[in-house]
Design a protein around this ligand. Structure first.
Ligand code: GAL
Length: 682
């Protein structure tokens, strides 16, 4: 996707929505904005195949040629996220069905059932047509397969496919009945045909049934991706392949599994908040993307230039001036190959007509387009960041990891939990947020991965844990690692069967505790610990079995019960956190844990809103610093300021909102030589 000395810059381009007069203006403006990449055809199925089997490709031929002539590379998409209306009328059985039996039809997007042969065949056909027609085109740089896989469907076609999947997983009905504990509420299955996907039912559904359906649906989406990967790899073995993940709220597939199918990971990422929490969000998405991509540079396939829909609030909100560039620096620091946007020019109509593009409705004479041109010029000065690290290592070298696990996410959604307040995503976000404020970088991992690169592994709220996963964490600690395990983690096996003898039973030996009773807290209820901090959501009756208590509950029925524990195991240590600590307390605990484990920041000044991240690229290292604080912040550096193109050694003061990209010449600070404060982008 990237040349080694060029960051990518551009966005989703939809020329089929515009008259041809606009195309030449588009290309002129793209050159003005330093665009070198566009993503073509993401939702263009009805433009490319207006009637089944009849292709209209002249428009795509023409624009591909024009882009090639302008030196702009193309990320060519398969349009399979949005089958055209003819498809639903010709193949009603291939439409998605909701749990309540309602069959959805075209009129929006993503109306297909990933299990339906007619959909799969149609998707493969149009993929093959694109691969064969454009595989050798000089503009082609990468395949963008589908858009944000995520459709889940019930109904007869899904039932059939679910049964096939279950047979492969369990072999016999006896094994399935045991795994799902179906004797409870008379759910024992006597024939495979009796099994349906978990539809709307009278009362609580069987949680293991629901979890397996989520796993099945995720595998189906992976299979849809595989269908397309197979086609494009056969025709263009040298063109890299991606599919864009929607992070972090869209979780209908397993990112690790999908990442294993493609050459490089890409993500779509939109701010979740107007305040600095939006910056924490940018860092989180970037850390996930890099981790899913094995620590290698990854593609930011979509971000917004300004206005983003906030559907919960019922309005759009605009990014303030300068925020776009700051966020982009955060993504770059954490391994992005550049920045692409949804989208180049926004449509005059359609459901997202007020979502911000690179060229807004108001035209190029606009603050947004000027920022886009400036950002394009800025990225042009940072091309050397694009080189993969010469030593073959990851772009960021973090010593702390947190577990990201789909089963954990899906199990907390099964409605059989002791409290509805158990959210895997929230627990992970809280841990990541605490580290962000502390200035400590981190990666996502699975417990089954090689953990030897890490000093500290965090396990927030991973309910279902297999014996193998538990042993992997045990080995990690024995060999000198530090683990932090949150309440309720490891309370079931991977089939969602409760472990006997102790809650968090998968880790009971490692943690040196026994959790005998669960006392979830009502909304607004808190527990106070004897170190003066508080927690909410959760409390529990814990007995020490070798661990020491670092803090206890005070007051109430759990008065004096350990709330935070530490257990030395082999050469390492395992901590347990028995309540949802308030943010400040969690930050202090994690700061203490990582400090004891010998983990340091990428730069000593990092933290409290000054983000400083070291990116490895080519033979060198680069410090990217962004001041999200409201006051100027200083840091001592030694290197070459790539944006100002001058050497800098000594203390640099970053004004609020300012950033710095530095090619480091040495890691040890030289004698201080004050330089002018760097000002934020206006
Ligand atoms: C993304 C999606 C785009 C567009 C964008 C803005 O998730 O891939 O097609 O919808 O969101 O809402």
């Amino acid at each position: 996707m990237t040349e080694d000395n060029e960051l990518v810059y551009g966005g989703d381009y939809n020329p089929d929505q515009w008259p041809r007069e606009t195309w030449d203006e588009d290309i002129r403006l793209m050159r003005q904005a330093h665009v070198n990449r566009v993503t073509l055809g993401v939702f263009s199925w009805s433009s490319l195949e207006p009637r089944e089997g009849e292709y209209e490709v002249e428009w795509l031929d023409t624009i591909m040629d024009k882009l090639a002539d302008a030196g702009i590379g193309v990320v060519l998409a398969t349009p399979t996220a949005s089958p055209p209306p003819w498809f639903s009328l010709a193949h009603p059985e291939a439409l998605p069905v909701r749990p309540d039996g309602v069959r959805l039809v075209h009129g929006s997007r993503d109306t297909y059932n990933p299990a339906a042969p007619a959909y799969r065949e149609a998707a493969v056909r149009i993929t093959r047509m694109l691969a064969e027609r454009y595989g050798q085109h000089p503009a082609l740089r990468m395949w963008h397969l589908h858009n944000e896989y995520g459709t889940v469907s019930h109904g007869p076609v899904s039932d059939e496919a679910f049964r096939v999947w279950l047979r492969a997983r369990y072999g016999t009905l006896e094994a399935l009945n045991a795994a799902w504990w179906t004797a409870f509420w008379s759910q024992g299955y006597g024939a495979w045909e009796e099994i349906l996907t978990p539809r709307a039912t009278q009362y609580l559904p069987n949680p293991a049934h629901v979890l397996d359906f989520k796993r099945f649906s995720a595998d189906l989406l992976r299979d849809c991706l595989r269908d397309q990967v197979e086609v494009v790899r056969a025709v263009t073995p040298d063109v890299p392949v991606t599919t864009n993940f929607m992070l972090p709220s869209w979780h209908h597939y397993d990112e690790w599994d999908l990442a294993a199918e493609i050459d490089t990971v890409s993500i779509d990422h939109y701010p979740a908040a107007r305040d600095v929490e939006g910056e924490v969000h940018a860092a989180f998405g970037a850390d996930l993307a890099r981790s899913f991509n094995g620590g290698r540079p990854w593609t930011l396939m979509e971000q917004a230039t300004s206005t983003v829909y906030d559907y919960a609030a019922g309005r759009i909100f605009a990014k303030e001036p300068g925020r776009l560039e700051r966020n982009t620096m955060q993504y770059l620091a954490r391994g992005a190959t550049g920045s692409l946007f949804f989208q180049w020019r926004n449509g005059r109509g359609g459901a997202e007509m007020f979502h911000s593009p690179m060229v807004p409705h108001t035209g190029p004479d606009s603050r947004v387009f000027r920022e886009i041109c400036d950002l394009g010029a800025t990225l042009g000065r940072l091309g050397e960041l694009a080189a993969p690290p010469a030593d073959g290592g990851p772009v960021n070298r973090n010593r702390v990891a947190f577990v990201w696990d789909s089963t954990a996410w899906w199990s907390s959604e099964t409605r059989a939990m002791p409290t509805d307040d158990l959210s895997f995503l929230d627990a992970v976000r809280a841990a990541h947020r605490a580290l962000w404020w502390e200035g400590i970088g981190c990666d996502a991992v699975r417990l089954g991965d090689d953990l030897s690169a890490y000093d500290v592994v965090l396990v927030p709220s991973k309910l279902a844990v297999s014996d193998d996963e538990a042993q992997a964490l045990h080995r990690f600690v024995e060999q000198g690692g530090t683990a932090v395990v949150w309440y309720f983690a490891g309370s079931t096996d991977e089939l969602l069967r409760v472990r006997q003898g102790s809650f968090s039973g998968a880790f009971a030996d490692l943690l040196g505790i026994r959790v005998e009773e669960l006392h979830p807290l009502a909304p607004g209820e808190t527990v106070t610990l004897d170190d003066g901090t508080t927690g909410d959501c959760w409390s529990q009756l814990v007995q020490l079995r070798g661990a020491e208590a670092l803090a206890h509950v005070t007051g109430g029925v759990l008065d004096g019960v350990p709330a935070i524990t530490r257990h030395d195991v082999g050469a390492g240590a395992a901590y347990h956190v028995g309540t949802r600590l308030e943010p400040g307390a969690l930050r202090r605990l994690l700061a203490d844990v990582v400090a004891r484990a010998g983990v340091t920041r990428d730069h000593p000044a990092a933290g409290d809103g000054l983000e400083v991240v070291r990116r490895h690229a080519g033979p060198g290292t680069y410090l990217l610093a962004v001041n999200h604080d409201e006051v100027p912040r200083a840091l001592t550096v030694d290197g070459h300021d790539l944006l100002a193109d001058r050497p800098v050694a000594g203390e640099v003061v970053l004004a609020p909102g300012a950033h710095l990209v530095l090619r480091e010449t040495a890691r040890t600070p030289l004698p201080a030589r004050p330089v002018d404060p760097v000002q934020p982008t206006p």
